[in-house]
Design a binder for this molecule. Structure first.
Ligand code: SF4
Length: 308
């Protein structure tokens, strides 16, 4: 059972608040809604704009990006910044942001940037940009970017790991911290060996009070997942797990494992093939420690593909 990540999500995935009165229906987001606690927010409605409303655009004027409503000639930049800052200061215990692509408020590097009525490139919406500056260690994506498997996988891993951390914080104890760290050992290894080591030292150290340990652990745990992982790091992690099981395997099974690793390296098969194989061996040899690892199933499997 996965704890529900608390996600700030563009309101137009739930209600018809778009400038044209539309509502967005997107298969991945629809599927995800069951697994998260949604904190819906629409920066443009919070700004006092109505539905329907004239479009707003991001326009480069001199060296600055401004939020302009061409039909009325209004520059909404300062008001939008105030509204977003206020909302961002009020969000509590959130695990990430899922925003609407291409919007001048919500888009994540996907919003058209204009200058002299011409498109000159892409930028991020005002809310998206301020959110990523306010919460630099939280995942922040729009639904367009989440169509990419690697971006989606990285997003899901982080929101579910962070939700588990928040769940742990509801009733923390030193032994539960050891347990939490053990459960995420291989997931952390697949991201960042250095942070895995650092986090292990924090857990084992006698130099900090428990409260100090919690705040330090949180700081490094969130940072550990900032950079996307690579196949090379996955292969290293898979080999570590394999090393604990391999003694019980036949030579044909071992060979099969290394053949699959080669195929993974070449991009011919998915990581999940190796994870399922390791899981089946952990079940067969009753290796509870590995079955307990978040690395083997970091989020609900059905989320990686859009429903048919
Ligand atoms: S994209 Fe953002 S600003 Fe636009 S309607 Fe949706 S929530 Fe509101």
């Amino acid at each position: 059972m996965f704890p529900k990540p608390k996600i700030v999500i563009s309101k137009c995935f739930f209600e018809p608040v778009r400038y044209d009165g539309g509502i967005i229906s997107e298969p991945f987001v629809e599927n995800l809604k069951k697994y998260i606690e949604s904190v819906t927010f629409c920066p443009e409605i919070a700004l006092g704009l109505k539905v329907p409303r004239p479009r707003i655009l991001i326009v480069k004027i001199k060296e600055s990006e401004r939020l302009i409503q061409p039909e009325t000639g209004k520059d909404l930049t300062e008001d939008m910044l105030k509204v977003c800052q206020k909302a961002l200061a009020e969000f509590k215990e959130i695990d990430g942001f899922l925003l609407k692509a291409k919007s001048p408020s919500c888009g994540v590097k996907s919003t058209k940037l204009y200058q002299n009525e011409k498109i000159i490139g892409k930028t991020s919406g005002f809310f998206a940009r301020l959110a990523s500056e306010t919460y630099p260690y939280l995942p922040l994506e729009d639904e367009g970017r989440l169509k990419d498997f690697k971006i989606r996988d990285h997003f899901l891993i982080r929101i579910f790991a962070f939700a588990e951390w928040r769940e742990f914080l509801k009733d923390p104890s030193p032994s539960k911290l050891v347990n939490f760290h053990s459960r995420h050992k291989y997931l952390l290894m697949s991201y960042n060996q250095e942070f895995l080591k650092k986090l292990g030292q924090i857990v084992a150290s006698s130099q900090y009070s428990f409260q100090e340990k919690l705040s330090l652990y949180e700081k490094y745990f969130y940072r550990a997942f900032q950079r996307k992982t690579t196949i090379r790091r996955h292969i290293n992690t898979l080999q570590h797990i394999f090393g604990h099981i391999s003694k019980k395997l036949t030579s044909k099974e071992k060979r099969h494992f290394f053949e699959l690793l080669e195929k993974l390296k070449k991009g011919w098969i998915e990581l999940s093939t190796l994870l399922e194989l390791l899981k089946s061996w952990a079940l067969r040899f009753e290796k509870e420690y590995f079955l307990f690892q978040s690395y083997l199933e970091p989020y609900p499997a059905e989320l990686i593909k859009d429903p048919e």
